[in-house]
Design a protein around this ligand. Sequence first.
Ligand SMILES: [Zn+2]
Length: 401
Amino acid sequence: MLDVALLSVLLVAIAIGYGLGYRQALRRRHRTHPPAASSQGLSRDYFVGLNYLLNEQPDEAINTFINVLAVNSDTVHTHIALGKLFRARGEADKAVSIHQNLLARPALSQHTNEQIQLELARDFMALGVHDRAQRLLNTLLEHSGDDDHRYAAKQLLVDLLEREKAWQQALDVIQPLLKQYPKMRRPAAHWLCELALEEISEASRPLAKKHLKKALQLDEKCVRATLMLAELEMDNGHYARAIERLDNIPGQEIAHIPTMLPALKHAYMRNNDDTGYEAHLYRLLELAPYTSTIIALGQLVHQRDGVDKAIELIGERLRAVPSLGGLDYLIDLYIESQRLSGKPSPDTRLLLLKHHTDALLLNRTRHRCQRCGFASDALQWQCPSCRFWGTIKPVIGVEGE
Ligand SMILES: [Zn+2]
């Protein structure tokens, strides 16, 4: 597909270049000689390229066409577009040579020169040569007076620093831009969470807490910062404060209720407060009837009032909101109930059903990126596919929550 795009760009560019060149040649001839029958044609290389194309050798065709296409003010943007296409199809080294070749031309305007430098920085990033990309971007930021180019350079620099996990440097670059570009608040909040994680691993909890509070100032909907703050409170034995923190999560992002449940259970259990936990779970169920919350409630009732009460509760909840996970848990409860009633082995039909629900649950997607659809078993705060922060959430529906 990209080969077709590349070849189309090249063929159109060559045709335009040829047309312009032919017109200029005609004008020159009018000035110096009387009109004569023109026998000017396309260069030999053009036909060699076409031959490669007809022989289904697109790479050779592309290389030959590039050689035909001379760099001048009419074709410089075609060369830039070609470089982009090479990079997009994974041949960033070719993109580098095209863009470096362009930069060697002395007649380029400042604007075009900066555009090419940005492209070259992207090529180096694609090749993983981050130090060269960083040097180019810093030079551009020092010398460019064009606001659009400066913003593009800062965005690339931030992307690069993020890939290098240089969170503080990324924050330093983005901080002055947050007012103008509020959508950068979310990634900045996550970088602060990353810094907090580093502080926690170095046993510097007060600093971690400071980063997390700042993250919430930048993005009040940052579930990750709230969750981490609650965990810090629990580490210090402040379970009631942890519960208070966790109570904010449904308001930040309702789909993350299942994400917070293990921490919520831990806080209430360490506080010896079953009644509070049960009331909290009922409150969460009123907000959203997620399977994880129903199962958490079932586990509490099972432990406290016995398996039959749990079966009654789960059966009733599942009638209202059916789900695969809930059904699987209900089958577990039935098997447990039969074991307790003294049956030597559980009903084979139950075991068969359990076999099916286990297999279905094994293949389900638990988390999905809301932006690009990337599926992931565990929750990841940055999508590995589209690289957006905070877009992966628990899957809701019969197979999910
Ligand atoms: Zn994504």
